[in-house]
Ligand binder design. Structure first.
Ligand SMILES: Cc1ncc(COP(=O)(O)O)c(C=O)c1O
Length: 398
């Protein structure tokens, strides 16, 4: 049996590979540079251009570009009218922002459990957690796979809830042939560097609803308007006049970030194709390993995977997840864990959440490991990752 690097053997690779990474070319740099040489660094034409481009890409009627995916979720909650006393149902297997955005508005996040096969929020569990206080559902397209949109939409319609789709992982995923972005009441994106396209930071909210669009525009820019139909004190004094009509934030994105996102969006087909190629190869190889439990996909989702997760079956392995994770690092394959259940964090524990409330999410969490997935990976990188996983499984298998 091959000796693991952590036990003194030679590593599968010489250089470390990370779980995610951006792909920046000269055209991206030129796009940013040209904005830096222009008159507008913020509040300029590139932000609006990006919004129109996102509308065209997703088929949504309106897009609002913002500073990051967290700001996008916060604005969506404000536009949904979420406030103190309300409850918002979301998943625990997500980045904290998907739940924090409800807390920002004074509401209480309520955690529905996941489907243990797809790792996405389970629509039946959503239904079981609805109360008279429930105002919205924030469903996360975890790893890029679309949630069960039709079922969640039907529940939201039945109980008059706002459906917010956190698609931070899922730009370019299609549900029943339609791009993610125009299917929920509001859909949010993140353009963090590990995501499918990046602006360094950046985010967006998409909606087909004119009223939500108006509120999103206000929420991300101090609650200030220059539109006369929205003003109270008319006629006004002159062209400098504006009104603040609600309490908003400065969640603006800069023009040079918008230019970078547009430059990346032009190349999204290439990024998606390569991500899919790598996922196909991983699926082929890992489905042959009985110690690995595969993530199921619903047939409705044509997924552009942001994350590739292997779930280790510790009934069949003589090691802990920590030992597996450390062994991968020693082979120079740096993994991550997505995610620690949100309500396990001390902050959530201190405000009254108990462990054990979502048993499926907690069970899945114990076995998962995110391995490298990004379009710039070479075939050699992909093979190295597969070799490292095989080597460690072979070493520890019972
Ligand atoms: C599911 C999910 N929602 C929201 C966010 C927040 O996005 P951002 O980092 O752009 O604020 C992230 C970020 O990783 C995420 O993974």
């Amino acid at each position: 049996m091959e000796k693991l690097a952590i036990k003194g053997g030679s590593p599968v690779r010489k250089e470390k590979i990370y779980y995610g990474k951006q792909w920046i070319d000269e055209d991206d740099i030129e796009a940013v540079e040209s904005v830096l040489r222009s008159d507008y660094l913020t509040c300029g034409p590139k932000v609006e251009e990006l919004e129109r481009m996102l509308e065209e890409f997703t088929g949504a009627k309106h897009a609002v570009a913002v500073a990051n995916g967290t700001a996008a979720l916060h604005c969506a909650c404000i536009a949904a009218g979420i406030r103190s006393g309300d409850e918002v149902i979301t998943t625990p297997l997500t980045f904290a922002a998907s739940a924090n955005c409800a807390l920002y508005c004074g509401a209480r996040p309520v955690f529905a459990d996941i489907d243990p096969k797809t790792y996405n929020i389970d629509p039946d569990s959503i239904r079981n957690h609805i109360t008279a206080r429930t105002k919205a559902v924030i469903a996360v397209d975890f790893t890029g796979q679309a949630v069960e949109i039709e079922k969640i939409k039907a529940i939201c319609k039945e109980y008059n809830l706002v459906f917010i789709e956190d698609a931070a992982h899922a730009i370019a995923t299609k549900y029943k042939g339609q791009q993610i972005g125009a299917l929920a009441d509001m859909t949010t994106f993140s353009f963090h560097p590990v995501k499918t396209i990046t602006g360094g930071e950046g985010g967006a909210i998409l909606t087909n609803d004119d009223d939500l669009y108006m509120k999103l525009n206000l929420a991300h820019a101090h609650g200030i308007t220059r539109e006369e139909p929205l003003m109270e004190d008319l006629p006004h004094e002159g062209p400098w006049y504006y009104e603040q009509i609600l309490l908003g934030y400065n969640y603006r994105i800069t023009d040079f970030q918008a230019a970078l996102i547009m430059s990346q969006l032009k190349k999204i087909d290439k990024f998606v194709a390569r991500r899919k190629e790598i996922v196909t190869k991983y699926n082929q190889e890992f489905s042959k390993i009985p110690e690995i439990i595969m993530q199921n996909e619903i047939p409705e989702s044509d997924t552009c995977r942001h994350l590739y997760i292997i779930r280790l079956d510790f009934d069949k392995l003589n090691c802990t997840r920590r030992e597996f994770f450390d062994a991968m690092s020693a082979e120079n394959v740096q993994c991550q864990i997505h995610y620690i259940p949100v309500y396990w964090f001390p902050y959530y524990q201190h405000i009254g959440y108990e462990k054990g409330i979502c048993p499926n999410a907690e069970e899945v969490y114990k076995g998962i490991l995110s391995i490298p997935l990004y379009p710039k990976m070479t075939d050699q990188d992909v093979n190295d990752v597969i070799c490292a996983v095989r080597k460690i499984v072979d070493y520890y298998k019972k």
